[in-house]
Design a protein around this ligand. Structure first.
Ligand code: CA
Length: 224
């Protein structure tokens, strides 16, 4: 599956490229509208993530061109919080969905997958650390075979930890990965959420998997 991300904010573009890459997609990035249009004309994508505010051509103009030229590739718009008109215009022009910035990457990924209606991952769908097991397809987490009752956000957080098991993750990195792309998220949110996650993942079990690294962040590792 091949995606095009048209996004002029380099940080967001890099973040999306990495996130989609980790989820098993091939990703091209266009940093402005004209480059985006050129890539759409030259390649066959399974889906386009289109920012609206772009230098060159804006996202609405690109979508208009696509639909008028018979290019039916699904499009997800990224819009600024208060631009209701853009959202309406985008949907009228034939966008498949839109997300308001800032958004959680997990939410964008879920929408992309819904549109593509494909099984979520090509990589191994079961990840394990010790007796913790995450089934990324079924969104199910277990320890010693016991089902953990996690919210969607908690599952995202735990899957970030398990994908990077043994790596110390900073609060900022966690906030950017699980919450939004703007890094405006108060990192206290991370502490609170990790605490809640521990109640479910670690408290009932003798072996604790999530460790605090003072002044830095957290790491999930199998205590040997
Ligand atoms: Ca933009």
């Amino acid at each position: 599956m091949k995606l095009l991300v048209v996004e002029d904010e380099m940080r967001t573009a890099g973040f999306l490229k990495r996130g989609f890459g980790e989820a098993g997609f091939l990703v091209d990035i266009a940093a402005d509208g004209l480059e985006g249009l050129r890539l759409i004309q030259a390649n066959k994508y399974d889906l386009v993530v289109l920012d609206i505010m772009l230098p060159g051509l804006d996202g609405l103009q690109i979508l208009k061109w696509m639909r008028e030229s018979g290019v039916q590739t699904p499009v997800i718009f990224l819009t600024a919080r208060d631009s209701t008109n853009d959202r309406v215009a985008g949907l009228e022009l034939g966008a498949d969905d839109y997300l308001v910035k800032p958004f959680a990457f997990s939410e964008l990924l879920a929408r992309v997958r819904t549109i593509l209606r494909r099984p979520p991952l090509r990589e191994a769908v079961i990840l394990r650390v010790g007796d913790l097991e995450l089934d990324l397809t079924a969104h199910r987490a277990t320890r010693t075979g016991q089902r953990l009752d996690l919210t969607a956000r908690e599952f995202s957080l735990l899957s970030l930890f398990i994908r990077r098991a043994g790596e110390v993750l900073t609060r900022t990195f966690i906030a950017e990965s699980v919450w939004d792309l703007s890094s405006q998220t108060d990192t206290n949110v991370v502490d609170v959420s990790v605490r809640r996650l521990r109640v479910k993942v670690d408290d009932p079990f003798p072996r604790k998997l999530i460790r605090t690294v003072r002044g830095v962040g957290y790491v999930l590792a199998n205590p040997e």
